[in-house]
Design a protein. Sequence first.
Length: 340
Amino acid sequence: KVALLLRGFMKERVLTGIKPTGYAHLGNYFGAIKPAIEMSKDEGIDCLYFIADYHALTTVKTREEMEEFTYNIACTWLACGLDPSKVIFYKQSDIPEDLELGWILCNLTPKGLMNRAHAYKACVEKNEAAGVDRDAGVNMGLYNYPVLMAADILLFNSKRIPVGLDQTQHVEIARDIAIYFNNRYGNIFTLPESFVEKETSILVGLDGRKMSKSYGNTIQLFTDEKTLQKSVNRIVTDSRLPGEAKDTDNTICKLYRLFATPDEVQDFERRMLEGLGWGDAKKELFAKMNQTISPMREKFDYYQSHRDEVDVILEEGAKKARAIATPMLAKIKKAIGITR
Ligand code: ADP
Ligand code: TRP
């Protein structure tokens, strides 16, 4: 009863991870990082945000890239306002308990469930269409990906998992694995739920499709101004000339809305309808973006040139995370009979 009461008073735990598989882009910022930082300002919520470097290992093949992308994501979180005194911020690879739990969970995970996981299934379908071996190019890291993700989540008894739509299946799998475990060994794990920002928050990329590293249509969040300007200039538009009316359902307007005040948006959209030229519209979009990004870019550059400070922040975060993970793993090992 006391435990139940205590649980009622405990803060809700929110956990999410981002893989260091490339440079952070505007889609990551608006779809994941910004809302997660907003959430961390709520005193009633206990936040754990981490860099999923072991997950990135399925696709990142060189030491240089792993290091580069890991610092890019770490510095991005910090530049965007993550406060390490409010959020437990760490690297997945600093938590060995995560891998130990991953192995335990493998033994409760039906292989068939992994066959149906979408990332693996997508590879198989692609291979079959190409007429090659169905498992060509698939490593065990990719195949077991959802089990490690379940360990990331369950190790901390996380309740709410903010993710993109494509990741909801993985959170469902984590929930299924938690249920198998609890049924066999007693109620150890909290059942997690995914939390998806409204679909309207899917940001479009340069070509009008969802902004994603895999489509090569991203606008990198932190680059120098010139590169940002060049990216904005690459936004695909049609051949309507200045003076011709333009509807406001275009990529430039969609991006402009994220950076400007409602009044500015109204004014901009009115001028688009009146025939503002694409070139001028892009200049205005760049100026608005840069206004928001500049102060964050300064912080980003600071952390990039003070990587040892970033290391210390992540080490401190790992200590806090392990203070939760170590007793939790001990409890799990006891539950399965490996320790007394
Ligand atoms: P990518 O598709 O570029 O590989 P990731 O899968 O690494 O991006 O995404 C990391 C986080 O950023 C996820 O939580 C995801 O939902 C969010 N995200 C990525 N792209 C977008 C987008 N275009 N709009 C909104 N959120 C996005
Ligand atoms: N798989 C997630 C992605 O690709 C990243 C991730 C790894 C994650 N472990 C997690 C997200 C745990 C939420 C919770 O975006």
